[in-house]
Design a protein around this ligand. Sequence first.
Ligand code: 1GP
Length: 245
Amino acid sequence: MTISEDITKMVGKKKLHFSLLDPDKQKPEDAGLIAKIAEDAGSSAIMVGGSTLLSQQQVDETVKAIKENTSLPVILFPSGAKFLSKYADAVFFMSLMNSRNLNYIVREHVKGAPFIKQSGIEPIPMGYVIVEPGMTAGKVGEVDLVKKDDIETAVGYALASQYLGMDFFYLEAGSGAHTPVSNRMVEAVKKNINIPLLVGGGIRNIKTVKEKANAGADIIVTGTTLEKEKNLKQALCDIINAIEE
Ligand code: 1GP
């Protein structure tokens, strides 16, 4: 079974949590330790990526450290073809649908596809849309942000992703966002598509996690919490329990 099939199967049974680690935010060995805590707390995959990466080596070392410490699938969440790693299990082959820059929609994909073929990592097609406030990802990705109350446009992007053959759709407000994607938007998008829906950006506490899961998110992505929480194991256990309730 592929990682994509495995995730889709799991999503049919329960809501999931993915942990996002940005190689730019901590040393590889610390990423390994955090990933281990995430696995113990019940996270289902480790995503690796960020908008401000410097080198492929940085990604390679982080992925290797995570693989040494956990048995969770490591899925790249790359900002460009330069940041792929042959040590990962899979890559979200994602199109940033609302970017103004063709590189993020398809051209980086053209550059990275031969590497993916050669290295054997599994490409997982995903539509990716950034909603206000968008944060660094919105700026770096040169995104025409979806307005936070523009439900119709969000649904349009989600349906377009599904019709283009994407296996997943990711709705995000940007890492560190003060307001996450609204419950109304999550609900409307979920009602309209039948591919798994990921939601992330600014999700840091149990209340928000519960709201997004109840609104219809199949997979909740958290990043900043992994860097900031003092008692990470407990904080992640609380978040993951809230998702699964
Ligand atoms: C990843 O934006 C999410 O795409 C992560 O957001 O860092 O706010 O959890 P946080």
